[in-house]
Design a protein around this ligand. Sequence first.
Ligand code: CP
Length: 333
Amino acid sequence: MHGDFLSTAGLSRDELESLIESALRFKSGTDQSKPLAAKSVALVFFNPSLRTRASMQIGVYELGGNAVVLEPGGTSWTLEHREGAVMDGDKTEHVAEFVRVLGRYGVAIGVRTFAALKNWDEERTDPILNAFAKYSDVPIINLESAMHHPCQAMADMMTVREKLGSGRKRVLLTWAWHPKPLPMAVPNSFALAAAQMGHDLLIAQPKGYELDDELISETRKHAGAAGGSVTVLNDIDEAFDGAEVVYAKSWGSRKFYGATEKDIAERAQYRSQWIVDEGKMARTNSAIFMHCLPVRRNVIVTDGVIDSPSSVVIDEAENRLHVQKAILKELIH
Ligand code: CP
């Protein structure tokens, strides 16, 4: 692995396996190396976070380094990312200077920049993340952009490996009702990484809530190359049959992108049915329940499921720490 860590798409199966092995060594304590000794990493958060922020800050510290957290528009200046912008509005600093200055202080920059859920054609190209990558002289780590959350996906794949062993699994990614539309980065990255790891991926979602066409096409290609498969279903109950992993997530409809109220009205019909509950979990092959968190209890998943022994959400969150240490070690050596 070299350069930036923006998505898992550019990594080979061997590289993904190697990151998971490295993360498992950090978790078991067999790797206590300090590749960031006397080095600093900047962590830039345009959006809120618990897991990503805490696990990155602590991970950098455990690797011997120092993390500097910046929040553009809060603890640092408001940021412009568009090329050629005439900056006579509310943006004070351009990404061009911001990242090159940070690159003089530290060895890597992590950035979180969510989809604004306003303009799909623009946001699917990850303009802010790519501006960071374009101007930076040091590696950029994607801490969740409009399209991808690769650190989460790596922790997810590590958790599947840890709980179920290596090999092909029947993995269900299911949409769930949520009171408002959410970004697609987590389901995109989960689907992609599951396919890259050769799993049999089922994506269950109501009609009109399809993931990005190009992402699905890329996911199918990876699944084919890795010996897995991708199936898309619109029937949530049938989707649970025989699943070994149930991964719940809500996301917004591309059809109603930029029209939040329309999406909210459309999704209302799915409220009672599109929830992970005990009845659906009983149809699985003793599946583990996964979610990236934060999760709305009794909306996305019932208390009975998230509090059951099949729920691995806390281990999954813990694995963010170990896998990000593996990513940092690989990028900075
Ligand atoms: N899963 C995840 O990225 O959590 P945070 O949004 O709290 O960082």
